[in-house]
Design a protein around this ligand. Structure first.
Ligand SMILES: Cc1cc2nc3c(=O)[nH]c(=O)nc-3n(C[C@H](O)[C@H](O)[C@H](O)COP(=O)(O)OP(=O)(O)OC[C@H]3O[C@@H](n4cnc5c(N)ncnc54)[C@H](O)[C@@H]3O)c2cc1C
Length: 427
């Protein structure tokens, strides 16, 4: 008789969906995935019709772990009868709506998913392992994989304002009529802000003025060149995770346009739109402000947004009726882990110590295993916040859970040698 291990996944974004897809074939794993939503979705608040993926469709749920797996993006296209049409469309990148449809197709084939199941708490039992309390009941598992995502980041000053504020993660739930004849301010210099401005122009919204505040000193494009792309590889992850924490933080800052930049195609399309808007339509109500940070509202005038031109070190005021914050996401240890948090080892309050298999290091020995998929960039490197290594990482975690290489993950070559070239110089 085969020993079966019970595994629970908390949160079903792409990362744990990848895990569930790969676990489908593993007979020694009994899996349950708890997801708060009523169906699979991928950042639905910003699922704009023209938004493109920033990553190759081969970085799908399964391919980099097992190119023959039936839940690959190519299998999806074949199943939907559009493999040839897809090739004929010659898209440089897949649109986000299509990749979302692919993931929904894969999710529909998995019996391990429990929707409408928000995890409230994880408790520890010496006899039974983790006890997961969800909105639909209690469950005991020996292994837990956390994929609850990141949380939207808003600077403190917006909490006190009285004007409407929306974070980009909820953008599509906005009633766009609220923007008509208004002085709209958008804050953020990345892909989300760029997609939102392009969308507002396509919608032909009749705003009074649009001010775009970008704390970066330009609209930097995503570096998608081959040498930089080697940072999104298992070899680089292996190198990065062995650096000292302060070095890792420094390295990540230096690499930020390799994952936080804007895709060149989006920038070119938007520049062209803005050009037409200004010179064909002769409209002058859009203003782009680089090197500028929104720092607060005036106490005398609740619509006066105080901004700092960072390079000139000078403050000025922009009038805002509505604020759109495309200010990204931050790491936070999920509150449902509060009961077991004290047995976890941390590098800093939001960064647990993880081993090579993404497993948490315990203070006092527990026989159960806790893995993190979401929010591990600080420990593992630039590839971890996006889809690049998700299937490879999921396979690593699965292999660790079952105790052998169910998925063979042979070393993949890189043209750069990451590390000190004392051994294996030419490998
Ligand atoms: C707009 C946007 C576009 C992006 N585009 C790309 C791209 O093109 N390429 C790329 O590589 N990366 C992209 N990324 C980055 C990356 O793909 C995402 O951040 C990815 O979604 C991370 O997956 P995840 O599974 O960790 O978390 P998420 O996708 O955030 O999913 C987390 C899930 O956990 C659930 N959850 C949370 N708490 C609980 C709980 N207590 N109980 C039950 N369920 C819970 C949530 O409902 C959610 O479904 C993009 C990010 C954004 C915001």
């Amino acid at each position: 008789m085969q020993f079966v291990t019970r595994v629970g996944c908390i949160g079903l974004g792409p990362f744990n969906l990848s895990f569930a897809a790969l676990a489908k074939n593993v007979p020694s794993v009994f899996l349950e995935c708890w997801e708060a939503r009523k169906k699979f979705n991928w950042h639905p608040g910003l699922l704009l019709p023209n938004a493109y993926m920033q990553t190759s469709p081969l970085k799908d749920l399964v391919t980099l772990a097992d190119p023959t797996h039936p839940l690959s993006f190519l299998s999806f296209l074949k199943d939907k009868g559009r493999l040839f049409t897809y090739l004929n469309a010659k898209q440089k990148q897949v649109k986000r709506w299509e990749f979302t449809a692919y993931m929904q197709w894969a999710a529909a084939q998995l019996t391990s998913i429990r929707y409408n199941s928000e995890v409230k708490d994880v408790l520890w039992s010496q006899e039974k392992g983790f006890c997961v309390r969800t909105s639909s009941g209690m469950h005991y598992v020996q292994n837990l994989v956390i994929g609850a995502g990141l949380v939207p980041y808003l600077p403190k000053f917006v909490e006190r304002t009285t004007i409407p504020v929306i974070h980009s993660s909820r953008f599509l739930s906005w009633d766009f009529q609220q923007l008509v004849k208004k002085r709209v301010v958008i804050v953020g210099g990345g892909q989300s802000a760029t997609d939102i401005v392009a969308y507002l122009l396509d919608m032909d919204i009749d705003f009074y003025a649009l001010t775009w505040i970008n704390s970066r000193n330009s609209w930097w494009s995503l570096d998608d060149s081959p040498f930089v792309n080697e940072l999104f590889s298992p070899r680089y992850t292996h190198y990065f995770e062995h650096l000292k924490p302060h070095k890792r933080a420094h390295v990540l800052r230096a690499q930020r346009y390799a994952d936080r930049g804007i895709s060149l195609a989006s920038l070119e399309a938007l520049y062209e739109k803005l050009y037409d808007y200004r010179f064909r339509e002769k409209k002058k109500n859009i203003c782009l402000l680089p090197s500028t940070e929104a720092i607060g509202f005036s106490t005398e005038n609740p619509k006066a947004l105080i901004c700092l031109q960072k390079e000139m070190e000078k403050e000025f005021v922009v009038q805002a009726d509505v604020l759109i914050m495309a200010t990204g996401y931050k790491n936070k240890i999920p509150s449902f882990l509060k009961s077991i948090k004290e047995n976890m080892l941390f590098e800093d309050p939001e960064t647990p110590v993880l081993d090579a298999h993404y497993k948490v290091a315990w203070r006092k020995k527990w026989h159960a295993k806790l893995y993190f998929q979401s929010g591990v960039k600080r420990q593992k490197g630039i590839a971890e916040d996006n889809l690049s290594l998700m299937s490879y990482r999921s396979a690593q975690i699965l292999n660790d859970i079952v105790g052998h290489a169910y998925y063979k993950l042979p070393d993949q070559k890189a043209l750069q040698f990451f590390g000190h070239p004392s051994i294996n110089f030419f490998d």
